[in-house]
Design a protein around this ligand. Structure first.
Ligand code: ADP
Length: 322
């Protein structure tokens, strides 16, 4: 019987590093193929050849290939988490602002169809993007960051009922929008590891992924699954962020740890990924976020951890290509 390893070995003479992993479940072999730089013809040839090989392997009844490619000149950083409510959107919004302050021309995509919260976080609620020809024009936020959210396209709660392909199409529109001069797009992904993440990657391969988790074990296990998905697509992990670590009492200043602390850093060490930093749980972050005034845009101490993390991401972005 075939195993993911034997399947990978069978296709590697053709796919090489373009397909870093093969999954096998119930006879269905699936993989993500990086077709960056190949012509349409070359893509279909490679896809056909891989399919032909996999179909001949014992125990394989179906083959699925998702293709992905990088876009020239514009890098996309995906912000993911294993589950909702860990502050992924808050972190994305603040990192977009902090990275802009470091000199990038940043755009923000809210791909979280289950809870598109960027319009509220960035103060663009109720705005609708215009379209020019086939392309959407991103909404201008008060922070100088053009953005597009599923929340700008549908009423709150409506997108939740969408099935994979529909959500994938809508997401494609966000990525293919007229991003003008933006050289860096931060994409706030829905939590988990489903079709939406895959369809986004088939539109544009992220240059890297940032993973947000709270310190407790359960959230971390979920985050590990999210990282597996990126690994299978050959998307490097920029690093992990611990959010909601340590609560500073606004009255007495004492720091307590409602969700524990240090768990994400420990996990990052074990997994061999960089740890990007820790963001405390504070009333001010919650209040500012809900008011549409991201702390990273202000002068307050609350913005500091986001700026420190953005500096590490910049370092990563500017390292020479391997
Ligand atoms: P996700 O995108 O992971 O679902 P959100 O970014 O929407 O999570 O955050 C969920 C809630 O937690 C929001 O009300 C947000 O304001 C709050 N929140 C996120 N990070 C912090 C933090 N570090 N301190 C206080 N509140 C936070």
């Amino acid at each position: 019987m075939s195993t993911p390893e034997t399947l990978l070995a069978a296709i590697s003479p053709i796919a090489g590093r373009r397909a870093p992993a093969v999954r096998l479940a119930d006879g269905r072999a699936s993989l993500i193929l990086d077709v960056t730089g190949l012509s349409g013809d070359e893509r279909s040839k490679m896809e056909g050849a891989i399919k032909a090989i996999l179909r001949e392997q014992p125990g394989v009844t179906e083959v699925r290939i998702a293709m992905t490619s990088e876009k020239r000149g514009r890098r996309l950083i995906a912000v993911g988490s294993g589950k909702g409510g860990v502050g992924k959107s808050t972190v994305s919004a603040n990192l977009a602002i902090a990275l802009q302050q470091l000199g990038y021309k940043v755009g923000l995509i809210d791909a979280d169809i289950y809870g598109p919260s960027q319009p509220r976080l960035m103060g663009t609620e109720g705005q609708r993007p215009e379209a020019q020809g086939q392309k959407l024009i991103p909404v201008a936020s008060p922070w100088g960051i053009p953005m597009l959210s599923m929340g700008h396209l549908v009423k709150p709660g409506q997108a939740i009922a969408w099935r994979g392909p529909m959500a994938g199409n809508a997401l494609g529109q966000l990525i293919d929008a007229d991003w003008g001069e933006c050289d860096l797009i931060i994409a706030d992904l829905p939590p988990g590891t489903g079709d939406v993440q895959l369809s986004m990657m088939s539109k544009q391969k992220p240059a890297g992924a940032v993973i947000v988790s709270t310190p407790q074990d359960l959230a971390l296990i979920d985050a590990t699954r999210a990282m597996d998905l990126f690994a299978q697509a050959g998307v490097p992990i920029v690093g992990l962020i611990e959010n909601m670590a340590g609560y500073e009492c606004p009255h007495c200043g004492e720091v307590s740890d409602p969700f524990g602390t240090g768990g994400v850093q420990a996990a990052a060490n074990v997994m061999g990924h960089p740890f990007l930093g820790r963001i405390p749980l504070t009333l001010e972050i919650r209040r500012a976020s809900d008011a549409g005034t991201p702390p990273a845009a202000g002068e307050g101490a609350e913005g500091a951890p986001f700026h420190a993390i953005a500096a590490k991401i910049k370092e990563w972005l500017e390292q020479p290509a391997a």
